[in-house]
Every structure is written in C-alpha cells, then in structure tokens.
Design a protein around this ligand. Structure first.
Ligand SMILES: Nc1ncnc2c1ncn2[C@@H]1O[C@H](COP(=O)(O)OP(=O)(O)OP(=O)(O)O)[C@@H](O)[C@H]1O
Length: 409
C-alpha cells in the first residue's frame, strides 16, 4: 500500500481543497491563552574543532520571541528555512531547554522545569513531526507505536490498551484492524495519520505540529489538514502549526506569526496578515502565495523576489535583521532593532517603516519611541519610551497608523 488516493481504508476525504464544513477556522473571541511564550531565547553554542572544543560563537536560533496560543485554537508560525520555527516548537515541547525566557503552559512556567517535573507535561503537550518516514520506528507495529505512551504513562490497564489504540486509528481515518501492521505497509499520508494518532494517545491539550504536511504529496495535504481541523473541533486541542509558507496555514490558523532570523517580525489575526500586512518580509512571502481569486480579477500582486540569502544566525545584521534584504531599508534600520509595535486590535509589526505594500512612510515611525532622530542618531531632547517592553498577547490600545492616533479596543 503506497498510494493514499487509491486506498479503500482511508477516510473519505479525498478532495484536495478543504471540504464543506472546513471553512477557515475562527478564533473564539476572549479565549484564554493555554500557552504564553515570553522573550524566549535559544542560543546553540558553536564549538571550535580539535581537542579542547572551546565555544567560539553562538547560533541565535530563537532570539526574544513572544506570543500566545489560545485554548482550542491555532497559531501558525511561518518563515523560511532556518528562521527558528522548529527550534521554537522543540522548546515548547521541552525537547530543548531554553537559554532564556518563559514558556507558560496553563499559567505555569515550564522553561526551566526538571526532567521529573516534565513527565506530566508530556501528556499535555505533544508533537507531530514533519517526516512520517523517519518519525515512526520501522520495527514496531502500529499498535505498539500508538499504544506506547499509554504503556509508559500507565494511564490504562494492559487489556484496555488495544481497544484504545483501535479507537485512535479510527479517529484518524485508518482501519482499526490494521494495528498489527508495520509502518512500511502504509503510504506517506497514512503514516502521518499514525503519527497524529500517537500524538493524540494521551489526550493532549496542545499539539505542536512541525510542518505536518510538507513531506506529503500536494493531493494529500488538504486531507491531513482537514483531519487536524476535525480533531480540533472534536477534542478542543490547541495547535502551534509550523509551516514554511503562508498558503498552508491560511485556512487552519486564525492567527499567524511570521518569523525571520530568530525573531517575530509580524503577528496578527488572519485578516491583518493576509489582507493588511505591514512588514516588507510578510509582503514578500504573501506575493508567493497563489491566490486564485486575485488571479481571476487580474489584481494579483507581482512576486517580490528578495535579494541575497538569509544571513547567518551566528552573526546576524545589526539593527533590523531583515535590513540586508529589505527593499525599503534606510540608515536607522542598521542602527536600531525595530520594536514589535501593536498597530491594530490584533496586529503587531516590527519595522521602522510599517505600511501597506507600496505605502511605506518616508520617515521612520519608531524614531520618537526610540528617542532618536530620523537616521537613528540619539536625539538629545528625547528618551526611549517606557512602553517598548514587548509582551505576549495584545494590549487594549495601539498605534493607529491610518489616523496617527491611539486606537482603543
Ligand atoms: N541543535 C542545533 N545546534 C546548532 N544549531 C542549530 C541546532 N538546531 C538548529 N540550529 C540552527 O538554528 C537555526 C534555526 O533552525 P530551525 O531548525 O529552528 O529553523 P527552521 O525555521 O525550523 O528551519 P527548517 O524549516 O529548515 O527546519 C538554523 O540556523 C539552524 O542551523
């Protein structure tokens, strides 16, 4: 069995596009955050070759990232390869211990929790991996793969494990009688379903899905996304959904964070990101999303091709990390890192010149807040605003760029 679309055992969602009932998901208003990430940092040491292996530098993989994920909803984390998405996911599941920052799960900071304290947490937060070929042990049957967490955590008596495994296989659209088969007997899409069943075994409250469909055939991707949507609707699981492009998370995630070189450059609800992006990097990513409607009206924005490569996170550019590839960068961008400013009810952007595509302001909007002049030199008559401390989530007031005033919820 290697082809999902010809497999009779699959759930009947063979359409590529999200099927009826799978309209874009909406975040419930006022939902409580289940996860709060606050100024999270992960620096990997770079060692010299040879016997003594001294630390000669640091890979700043994640550098001061803050966001919230509300209960039973999804945050999409998007950016090019190497921007720190997977590291963020691995920090939240505590496969890595962060260099600094807080990870509050249901209000409790787990960032520095010890191994013994992490055991109960492993039930609540689970991960779905990108590659369904390498993430399943080829020598174990599907039954033992999916049932292993139950055996480890001793949550069920032995004779109840198989019925639970079969129930889980059914939930993910696989034949419950196939529990004694091996991973190689399944196609890529089916293996990813096995990985999803395994992640669901302990009824987690949060799933970190690290590019869960990127390794799958395009025709299978929508089926797996529909399955994740069904799981969210049925069990109320929250998702951190990691993806490298904005097309994949569009229907699934009511809220999206865009990362570049270890930092969040823009975060907001779906409309703010897809219809009202204010960061040149988000705009470039969006210009690569095929949009049928825009193409039909002839209004499709031209593809923005960014110059050069992503710089090394060992030695990132000064000031704004995107400036070396940014089409609108000016002097201030090399001198100061732009703060992640709230510019709408649920919209934040980290740019000195935030604006809709082609409408960036000429003067930096951040100069006054940073206490500097237009090119970023210290302004003797000004001092940095105390409001610049970045918080996860959104405040009740923001900088309304259109009206040049304070907006209020
Ligand atoms: N264990 C590690 N040791 C050293 N550097 C690492 C380690 N893991 C990741 N990095 C580096 O950290 C940066 C961020 O990597 P990460 O895998 O988080 O990015 P990503 O956006 O998920 O990329 P991809 O989509 O390619 O997985 C990269 O420069 C990567 O080389």
């Amino acid at each position: 069995m290697t082809n999902d679309t010809t497999n009779q055992d699959l759930a009947p969602e063979d359409a590529v596009a999200p099927r009826a009932g799978h309209g874009a998901s909406v975040a419930p208003s006022g939902a409580k955050p289940i996860l709060e990430v606050d100024q999270l940092r992960m620096y990997f040491p770079v060692k010299s070759p040879g016997l003594f292996r001294r630390t000669v530098g640091q890979v700043q993989a994640v550098d001061g990232v803050s966001f919230q994920v509300a209960e039973a909803t999804s945050l999409g984390l998007v950016g090019e390869s190497g921007c720190g998405k997977s590291t963020t996911g691995r920090l939240i599941t505590r496969l890595y211990k962060p260099t600094a920052g807080a990870i509050r799960f249901e209000g409790q900071d787990i960032a520095q929790a010890k191994a013994s304290e992490l055991k109960p947490l492993r039930r609540e937060i689970q991960m779905i991996f990108q590659d369904p070929y390498t993430s399943l042990n080829p020598r174990q049957t599907v039954g033992s793969i999916v049932g292993a967490p139950l055996a480890i955590h001793k949550t069920l008596p032995k004779d109840k494990i198989l019925p639970r495994v079969q129930e889980l296989l059914e939930i993910v659209g696989l034949n419950p009688e196939h529990y004694n088969r091996y991973p190689h007997e399944f196609s890529g899409g089916q293996r990813q379903r096995i990985g999803i069943a395994r992640a669901l075994t302990l009824q987690p409250k949060l799933l970190v899905a690290d590019e869960p469909v990127s390794a799958l055939d395009v025709s299978i991707q929508a089926q797996v996304i529909n399955l994740l949507q069904d799981i969210q609707n049925e069990f109320g699981v929250a998702f951190l959904f990691i993806a490298h492009d904005l097309a994949i998370v569009r229907h699934f995630c009511p809220e999206i964070a865009v990362m570049y070189l270890g930092k969040i450059v823009e975060i907001g609800d779906r409309d703010s990101i897809y219809k009202n992006a204010h960061h040149p990097y988000t705009q470039a990513l969006l210009s690569a999303v095929p949009d049928v409607k825009q193409a039909a009206t002839g209004a499709r924005i031209e593809r923005i091709r960014l110059q050069g490569d992503v710089p090394s996170p060992i030695d990132p550019p000064s000031g704004c990390r995107f400036r070396t590839r940014c089409p609108i960068a000016q002097e201030i961008c090399a001198r100061h890192e732009p703060p992640l400013l709230q510019i709408g009810r649920r919209h934040k952007v980290a740019c000195h010149f935030p604006g809709r595509l082609g409408q960036a302001p000429r003067e930096p909007l951040t100069a006054g807040l940073l206490g500097v002049d237009a090119v970023g030199r210290p302004d003797p008559g000004a001092s940095p605003s105390p409001d610049l401390v970045e918080q996860p989530g959104y405040a009740d007031t923001w900088f309304d760029l259109d009206n040049k005033s304070i907006g209020r919820a």
